[in-house]
Ligand binder design. Structure first.
Ligand code: HQG
Length: 180
């Protein structure tokens, strides 16, 4: 039976971002796992797929969620971790404006305390409003914040660009937020 790519993508997000120990896997400090070991442990715990299935998901992931190492032997999630990883991304100057999509029910708390990473390692920001809207919609009625990334950068806040283009930062204080 062909492997369902969406199911496999969700499984990979689950083990590579959140619960590697669920299948007896340990991520390296930078979040990598050996592909052979991932296949072995996933198959041993009942999730059946092979290398071709895995590479198919990496290539077709709409958000480029997974990155392969240069030698092709390892895989990691590009971003979105709740487990502690050090992606080793160099800090970069962000575009002057970035966007964050959330749900309207979170707006009051966000205006009071700023954007926090919540269960993830960092706050996720998008370079365009439409992507931010899609991210916000996952949580309910969307609300889009415009983030004064240029202003934050000038004040010394650090920004990182994940392999898939998502911008990451530790927190966004309320004074850098405006409605889009
Ligand atoms: C909200 C998906 C109350 C925040 C997407 C968000 C993204 C607060 C939620 C990636 C808050 C956390 C990440 C505060 C932030 N008070 N609520 N102070 N600060 N929040 O899912 O950014 O499909 O952890 O606004 O495309 O929605 O998984 O983060 O609504 O790139 O690959 O707390 O996940 O990618 O939600 O999404 P999340 P996110 P994947």
């Amino acid at each position: 039976m062909p492997v369902d790519q969406i199911q496999l993508s969700k499984f990979l997000s689950f083990v590579l971002r959140h619960k590697p120990d669920e299948i007896g896997l340990t991520l390296s400090a930078e979040g990598w796992v050996n592909i052979d070991e991932l296949l072995e442990k996933a198959n041993a715990t009942g999730t059946m797929f092979d290398r071709a299935d895995l590479l198919g998901v990496v290539a077709s992931s709409d958000k480029k969620r997974f990155s392969l190492s240069a030698d092709g032997l390892k895989i990691r999630a590009a971003q979105g971790h709740s487990v502690s990883v050090e992606l080793g991304l160099p800090p970069q100057e962000p575009p002057s404006v970035l966007y964050h999509g959330t749900a309207t029910r979170f707006v009051e708390a966000i205006l009071a305390e700023g954007l926090k990473p919540q269960a993830r390692q960092q706050v996720h920001l998008s370079s365009d409003e439409e992507t931010a809207r899609q991210v916000g919609q996952r949580h309910g009625k969307p609300h889009i914040f415009k983030v004064d990334a240029g202003g934050m950068y000038a004040r010394g806040f650090k920004f990182y660009r994940a392999d898939n283009g998502v911008w990451l930062t530790d927190t966004v204080p309320p004074e850098f937020l405006a409605p889009a």
